[in-house]
Write a protein that binds this ligand. Structure first.
Ligand code: ADP
Ligand code: ZN
Length: 519
């Protein structure tokens, strides 16, 4: 009797059954049909091409941009008794020659290769002699300029179908919205490919967003409630990873920092320590986590707002891979949006690309400012319809209400006018709340008619509502003038009473229910 895909799953990978979609995908590939696989990180994409590679005669070529991960992936396969190798710039020329020779004499089942390596020299021409029977394009969203990680060298992959029309192509990605999906198929020349979309829902992950103020004390309380549990804190800047890790260590917690600027030995040591549970918390930039297969990460905190929903989803997806309840927290403030916008504006991208990045950032903002179930927003991004509210996000647990905030807006806007549009957040709040601090007195702001008109709201409430006013376009901010607030036509209409504005009722932390109360 011939060997089946189930035999291979058991024999080489040690698993008894397939996860949803895996078997169908493998069957499709075995019928020589092209396909596109969308599965969240950790969903089990690899076996979808590794098992066909073992069932078919000849070689499977796996194209991946993640050079740093190839070695590990190949070592794991070899450890399972599979003839695999990789070709990339980290190998010496003689090592590369040896591998190409092994491919030629048919000794290899899987060959991992980076796209730039595939198209350098005459490697692509050698493929003809290697009896290639399947192409797997991993991280295939990199081929699309609509994706969040476009890599121009991926564009040459259109040559695959042109040169090898009979060899099936399996494209895989964890992150592709509808436009990107269509573009992947088009760019690879596999428009008729069947698309498999595994569910992106991870019901065991709780979702919450907290106002981005006094993040460190909040984080410390959060961690202390979760003694010994592994977690990851994502920060925007390298420097911040170190600052946050140091402060956690000072508070008696076990934390290490990680970013791409650290020496390779340090990075792999930190990673090892985390995997072995010798260190409890990793404070890292987004450089951390790719290819890390740790099942018992119990929480992920975003210290800063990610640049898009795809990245956010991938990063929170590193928690709770074992299916056990795990928590995710995003800190959010209007300054994070501004920082991200500035990063896009100052980048070297084309105008068209900038527009796309802004649109993607906007979707992330919608998630952060949601007043409906956050999981619905997240899954709708991946074109997955959800019938019911999830019950496991902070909005479900603390339903938001909107209220007429025209008077609040008028107070803030008139304080901005009276100070000639020169003040930023903290000064504005001080004026509204009537603080008698030195700077206020120096400027004579205590003599303004608006001084103290907002005493009825606490500082955190004002900060929240002003952030909401900004984000809803009721006022502007001048990045180049110390982030001073400015009026726009919408603000003037509100001030004149010609337009009303609604805001989402702020619920102080202490009054929030369930998980968040633990923070
Ligand atoms: P992805 O590439 O989608 O991020 P991987 O292919 O690395 O995910 O798989 C994630 C983990 O799930 C790996 O440890 C893998 O061995 C495991 N896995 C894959 N398929 C199965 C299965 N059918 N049953 C149990 N575990 C599986
Ligand atoms: Zn919900």
């Amino acid at each position: 009797m011939s060997i089946t895909k189930e035999d291979i799953l058991k024999k080489y990978f040690g698993y008894d059954s397939f996860r949803p979609q895996q078997a169908e995908i493998i069957d499709t590939v075995m019928r020589n049909e092209d396909c596109l696989v969308l599965m969240p990180t950790g969903g089990g994409k690899s076996v979808c091409f590794q098992i066909p590679a073992l069932l078919r005669p000849g070689l499977t070529v796996v194209i991946s941009p993640l050079i740093a991960l190839m070695k590990d992936q190949v070592e794991t396969l070899k450890g399972n008794g599979i003839e695999a190798a990789y070709l990339n710039s980290t190998l010496s020329f003689s090592e590369q020659d040896h591998i190409m020779w092994r491919a030629k004499i048919g000794e290899l089942k899987l060959l991992y290769i980076a796209p730039e390596r595939l198209f350098s020299g005459n490697t692509f021409d050698f493929l003809r002699e290697w009896n290639v029977n399947l192409f797997a394009v991993d991280e295939s969203h990199c081929i699309s300029s609509w994706g969040h990680d476009f890599r121009p060298e991926y564009r040459q992959l259109n040559l695959i179908k042109q040169r090898f029309p009979k060899v099936p192509v399996i494209a895989l990605t964890a992150t592709a919205d509808r436009v990107t999906r269509r573009d992947i198929l088009k760019q690879l020349g596999i428009e008729h490919a069947e698309t498999f979309v595994a569910s992106f829902n991870r019901p065991n992950l709780s979702l919450s967003v907290l106002p981005g103020r006094q993040r460190l004390p909040q984080i410390q309380r959060f961690i202390k409630k979760r003694e010994g549990q592994s977690g990851i804190i994502y920060c925007l800047s390298r420097k911040n990873t170190e600052t946050v890790a140091n402060s956690l260590n000072k508070a008696g917690l076990s934390a290490a920092h990680y970013h791409a600027g650290l020496p390779a030995e340090t990075r792999s040591r930190v990673q090892e320590e985390f995997l072995r549970d010798d260190v409890q918390i990793i404070v890292a930039t987004v450089a951390f986590g790719m290819g890390i297969d740790k099942s018992n990460v119990r929480w992920v905190i975003h210290y800063n707002l990610p640049s898009n929903v795809e990245s956010f989803y991938q990063e929170i997806g590193r928690a709770g891979r074992d299916g056990t309840p795990s928590d995710t927290v995003l800190f959010y403030s209007y300054m994070d949006i501004i920082t991200r916008q500035e990063m896009i504006n100052n980048s070297e991208q084309s105008d068209e690309q900038k527009e796309l990045l802004h649109a993607k950032l906007n979707r992330m903002k919608q998630y952060a400012e949601a007043d409906i179930c956050r999981r619905r927003i997240l899954l709708s991004y991946f074109n997955e319809a959800v019938e019911q509210d999830c019950g496991n996000c902070d909005v479900c647990q603390n339903p938001r209400t909107r209220f007429d905030a025209t008077v609040i807006a008028q107070k803030a806007l008139s304080a901005i006018t009276r100070t000639n549009e020169k003040i930023a957040m903290s000064m504005l709040i001080d004026i509204l709340r009537g603080s008698q601090n030195r700077s206020i007195l120096q400027h004579g702001y205590d003599r303004l008619p608006t001084f103290g008109v907002g005493r009825d709201l606490r500082t955190d409430e004002w900060a929240e509502y002003i952030g909401q006013l900004l984000n809803s376009g009721a006022m502007d901010i001048a990045y180049d003038e110390g982030h001073a607030f400015k009026l726009n036509p919408f603000s003037k209409q509100i001030l004149r009473g010609e337009r009303k504005i609604e805001l989402v009722k702020f619920i102080p932390l202490a009054e929030r229910k369930a998980r968040e109360e633990e923070l």
